[in-house]
Design a protein around this ligand. Structure first.
Ligand code: BGC
Length: 361
């Protein structure tokens, strides 16, 4: 009788625990912000891909705040996650959050952006970010004829390791064309000072990015572009070439350049193939984007998480140094999209529906 009572008590206690402790979660996913279509898109693609898994997954957003990100990770740790997939708001600030997870024996997968200066990252799933910057720059080079073409440089947030990789890639391709006079940099004295250096150190890139960062913020991008246009002389405008780091900032910068009466034409780059930018491309307001098929990144992240839950070693294609360790990584290729291949790259591949756009040929 006593035994039965004890058993009953244990059962009641366990029920109580589940009731107040909430559902257990196997995989926690933390994304940077809902304010950019890019990350809302990742959430949607995660949800699509997770429909058929038996594992329980929870997705949380950090809303641009490293403090909120840490709270999210702590909440997921409390729910018993075994794997954390995290795209950091700030690559080095996120180290504390993943170190807390690591202490609990949780496996950490850095998603799209690398978490830096910590040994608490187990894996990294990413696109080839150097190739993104190279593709953006190559587009500008291919469009330019003659010498002295005005070039305006913009970059992502300095807290995002990817901003450096994109810029490094772009510099690889642009620098020789700046050195030979095809392009003339109009909006960064730091870039001008370094324009004869084919390879920049991280500190040198920091100096340039410090001047031309958008912080991945549309308003900051717009304000900066307007300030540059106000400061520029008429002869620094005309037919301009703009390295914009991603779609959100590209649209903001493009709008600013389009509104300047001394700008005759502009070519502007982007990345992410956000719907609004695809429409801009169809309408001739943005020149190109770099399509990063989020379905693949999501598939890789989930595949890795599943392997880890099942005690298997995930497959990787290389590694990235995060300032402290080499993190094993799986990398995905990217595709350039212009007006000419919107349909084949984005519609025929099932990424978007033709009905999402107007004027598509
Ligand atoms: C991502 C881009 C994104 C940017 C701003 C980068 O780390 O790779 O796809 O546009 O952050 O959120």
């Amino acid at each position: 009788m006593k035994k039965l009572l004890a058993l009953l008590m244990v059962a009641v206690m366990m029920l109580g625990l589940t009731a107040c402790g909430g559902k257990k979660v196997d995989v926690g996913i933390v994304l940077p912000t809902k304010d950019e279509p890019r990350w809302v898109q990742d959430e949607t693609r995660f949800k699509d891909a997770l429909k058929d898994t038996n594992y329980s997954v929870e997705i949380l957003f950090s809303q641009g705040s490293s403090a909120k990100e840490k709270e999210n990770v702590d909440a997921l740790i409390a729910k018993g996650i075994k794997v954390l997939v995290i795209c950091p708001q700030d690559g080095s600030a996120a180290a504390a959050a993943v170190e807390a997870a690591k202490k609990e024996g949780i496996k950490v997968i850095s998603y799209d952006r690398l978490i830096t200066n910590t040994d608490a990252v187990d894996y990294y799933v990413t696109f080839d970010s150097i190739a993104v910057g190279e593709a953006q720059a190559q587009y500008l080079v291919d469009q330019a004829t003659g010498k002295g073409n005005p070039l305006y440089l913009y970059a992502g947030a300095a807290s995002d390791n990817n901003a450096f990789l994109f810029f490094e890639g772009a510099w690889n391709v642009l620098q020789p064309k700046i050195a030979d006079g095809t392009f003339v940099i109009k909006n960064s004295s730091e870039a001008v000072a370094l324009q004869n250096k084919p390879k920049l150190t991280r500190d040198e890139m920091s100096k340039i990015i410090g001047q031309v960062t958008t912080n991945w913020d549309f308003n900051e991008a717009k304000n900066k572009a307007e300030a540059h246009l106000t400061a520029a002389k008429k002869e620094d405008k005309g037919n301009v070439f703009i390295l914009a780091p991603n779609d959100g900032t590209a649209r903001a910068i493009a709008d600013a350049f389009a509104a300047d009466k001394d700008v005759t034409s502009y070519k502007v780059t982007g990345q992410d193939a956000e719907k609004a930018s695809v429409q801009y491309i169809i309408d001739g307001k943005q020149s190109m984007t770099v399509f990063k098929d989020v379905r693949t990144l999501v598939k890789d992240a989930i595949g890795m998480a599943k392997d880890l839950l099942e005690g298997k070693e995930p497959q990787t294609t290389g590694s990235y140094n995060n300032g402290k360790i080499d993190v094993k990584a799986k990398q995905t290729e990217v595709i350039v999209v212009t007006q000419d291949n919107v349909k084949s790259a984005l519609i025929d591949s099932g990424y978007y529906n033709a009905s999402d756009f107007t004027g598509l040929k």
